[in-house]
Design a protein around this ligand. Structure first.
Ligand code: KG4
Ligand code: ZN
Length: 342
C-alpha cells in the first residue's frame, strides 16, 4: 500500500509518501513559524492561505523524491481533525479532489492518532499493547493502546496542555514563539533549585494532569522582581523540572495501572530533551522501555498521517469524497476506520 499523507491542521504543511512494504519513501515540510512569529502565535486565516500556496508544490516534490507518480498511489490520507477548521479544509479538499480524480480512497486521519502511532516510523518499533503519553500544544493525555484503532483514555489534563503551558510560560519570560523549544534552551543555563514550584496533581492517585497553575506560579515569581537573564533561566529550569517531574511520575503510574512495560511518548513536547532523558532513566529502573518518534516526527508532519492512512487502508475503508473536517474530535471516537473516513 502506497499512501500520500497531507498534514495541514495548524502551522505546518507536511507531505509524505509511506509504503506498507518499504516504509517511509519521502517526506517534506514547510513550517510557518517565521510567518506567525510577528503575531506571537498562529493566525488561523494566514495559516490557511499559506497551506493553499504550499500544498501543491510540496505534493509534486514529495512524489518526485519518493520516485512515484499519482497513479502509483493506493490512497490519499489527510488530517481530518482536530485542528484549525480553515487549515484542515485545505488538506481535506486537496486529498478528496485527488482521490476523486484518481478513483482512489481519500482517508481522513485523526491528527492525534498520527502522533500516537508516529513511533512506528522508527526502529525499533514498539509492539502492541503499550501505554501512550500524548503531549502536544493542544493535548496532554494517557492512552492504553491495544491495536490500531483500539484506544482507551486513561487520563488527561484538566486545563492547559503541556505544550500550551510551555508556550504561555515562555511568553511570560519574553521568549519568542513557539515557546517550548526556546524555554528548554534557556533552562539549560538555569541553576538547580533556584526557584521553587509546585508539582500539580503529582500525587492525585489518578492519571489526570493540570498545568495552568504552574504557569500562574511562574507569573507570580516573575512579577516580584525585574528579571535578569539568569533569573529567567532559573525560572525556565524550575518550570521544566516541575512539568517533567509530573509527567515522569504519572507515566510510571500509568504503566503500573495497566500492567504494561512499554511506554510510547508522542507529540511536540516529546522533543524535550530533559523529558526524554528522565523517562528513559525511570523506565530503565523498572525494566520498562520508552519509545519516542525520531525528533523530526515529534512535531507535526505528513509522515505520521501517511502511516496511519496506510494502516487504516489495510483495515479496509470506503469513501464517497463528501468531505468534512472535525476541528474538535475526541481520539476515542476515531476508533473504527469507518469513523475516520469522509
Ligand atoms: O505536536 P505539535 O507540533 O503540535 C500540536 O499538535 O499541538 O506540538 C507543538 C508543541 C508546542 O506547544 C511546542 O512549544 C512544544 O510542542 N514543543 C516543546 C519542545 N518542542 C516543541 N516543548 C518543550 N520542549 C521542546 N523541546
Ligand atoms: Zn500535532
Amino acid at each position: 500500500m502506497k499512501v500520500l499523507g497531507i498534514e495541514t491542521s495548524c502551522d505546518e504543511t507536511g507531505l509524505a509518501v509511506y509504503d506498507s512494504a518499504r516504509g517511509l519513501l519521502a517526506h517534506t515540510l514547510h513550517s510557518q513559524v517565521a510567518m506567525h512569529d510577528a503575531y506571537g502565535g498562529v493566525v488561523p486565516e494566514l495559516a490557511s492561505r499559506d497551506h493553499i500556496r504550499r500544498v501543491v508544490p510540496l505534493t509534486e516534490r514529495v512524489l518526485a523524491e519518493a520516485g512515484c507518480t499519482l497513479a502509483d498511489l493506493d490512497g490519499i490520507a489527510f488530517t481530518q481533525g482536530p485542528g484549525l477548521a480553515g487549515a484542515l479544509l485545505v488538506g481535506a479538499s486537496i486529498a478528496n479532489a485527488l482521490g476523486f480524480a484518481l478513483g482512489k480512497p481519500a482517508i481522513g486521519v485523526h491528527h492525534m492518532e498520527g502522533h500516537l502511532l508516529s513511533p512506528l516510523l522508527s526502529d525499533p518499533r514498539p509492539a502492541f499493547p503499550f501505554v501512550a503519553l500524548l503531549v502536544s500544544g493542544g493535548h496532554s493525555e494517557f492512552y492504553g493502546v491495544r491495536a490500531v484503532g483500539d484506544y482507551t483514555l486513561l487520563g488527561q489534563t484538566l486545563d492547559d496542555a503541556a505544550g500550551e503551558a510551555f508556550d504561555k510560560t515562555a511568553k511570560l519570560l519574553g521568549l519568542p514563539y513557539p515557546g517550548g523549544p526556546a524555554l528548554a534552551k534557556l533552562a539549560v543555563h538555569g541553576h538547580r533549585a533556584a526557584a521553587v514550584l509546585p508539582r500539580p496533581m503529582q500525587d492525585s492517585g489518578d492519571l489526570d494532569l493540570s498545568f495552568s497553575g504552574l504557569k500562574t506560579a511562574v507569573s507570580i515569581l516573575a512579577r516580584k522582581e525585574p528579571l535578569s537573564q539568569q533569573r529567567k533561566a532559573d525560572l525556565a529550569r524550575a518550570f521544566e523540572e516541575a512539568i517533567v517531574d509530573v509527567l515522569v511520575a504519572k507515566s510510571m503510574a500509568a504503566l503500573d495501572q495497566v500492567g504494561l512495560s512499554r511506554l510510547v511518548v508522542a507529540g511536540g513536547v516529546g522533543a524535550n530533551t530533559s523529558l526524554r532523558e528522565r523517562l528513559h532513566a525511570a523506565a530503565a529502573e523498572r525494566g520498562a522501555k520508552v519509545f519516542f518518534p525520531d525528533l523530526q516526527f515529534c512535531t507535526d508532519n505528513g509522515a505520521m498521517i501517511a502511516l496511519v492512512g496506510a494502516l487504516r487502508l489495510e483495515q479496509g475503508t470506503t469513501t464517497n469524497y463528501a468531505f468534512s473536517v472535525q476541528p474538535r474530535w475526541p481520539l476515542a471516537a476515531a476508533r473504527s476506520s469507518a469513523d475516520a473516513v469522509s
